[in-house]
Design a protein around this ligand. Structure first.
Ligand code: ZN
Length: 135
C-alpha cells in the first residue's frame, strides 16, 4: 500500500499515513490529526481491484460472445435444415396437389363424357320408340 506524506500542521515534522487510515499521530509532537482525503487521491489497491473487476467483466462478455457463437454454430444449421425441409415439403405438396387436381379434372371429364353418351343413347332409344309407335 502506498504511503503518503504530509507536514504536521503543528511542528512541521513529516506525517506518514496509508490511504484508508482515519487519523495520523505526529511522531514528533504526538498530536493526532484527522486525515481528509482529496477526491483525486486514489488507493492503488482500489485501482487494481477496479481493473480486476473490469478484466473480469471483459472476460465474461467475451465468454458470453463465445457461448453465443457456439449456440449459433449449433442453431444455424438446424434452422437452415428446417427451412430447407419446409421448402422441400412445400414443393412436394405443390406438385402433389397439382397431380390430384389433374386427376380430378380427368375424372370429371370422363364422367361428363359418360353422361353425354348415356344421354345420347337414351335419346336415340326414345326417338326409335316414337318412330315405331307412329303408323
Ligand atoms: Zn507534530
Amino acid at each position: 500500500m502506498k504511503i503518503f506524506e504530509k507536514k504536521c500542521p503543528n511542528c512541521h515534522a513529516n506525517l506518514e499515513f496509508k490511504v484508508g487510515e482515519k487519523d495520523v499521530v505526529c511522531p514528533s509532537c504526538r498530536r493526532t490529526f484527522a486525515i481528509e482525503y482529496d477526491h483525486d487521491i486514489v488507493d492503488p489497491e482500489v485501482m487494481l481491484k477496479a481493473k480486476d473487476i473490469q478484466l473480469k467483466i471483459l472476460d465474461e462478455v467475451q465468454d458470453s460472445f463465445v457461448a453465443a457463437r457456439k449456440i449459433r454454430k449449433i442453431v444455424m444449421p438446424v434452422v437452415l435444415i428446417f427451412i430447407a425441409a419446409m421448402f422441400a415439403f412445400g414443393i412436394f405438396m405443390f406438385f402433389q396437389t397439382r397431380a390430384r387436381m389433374e386427376e380430378n379434372r380427368k375424372k370429371a371429364e370422363e364422367q361428363s363424357q359418360q353422361f353425354e353418351e348415356q344421354f345420347e343413347e337414351q335419346f336415340q332409344k326414345a326417338k326409335d320408340q316414337f318412330q315405331q309407335s307412329q303408323p
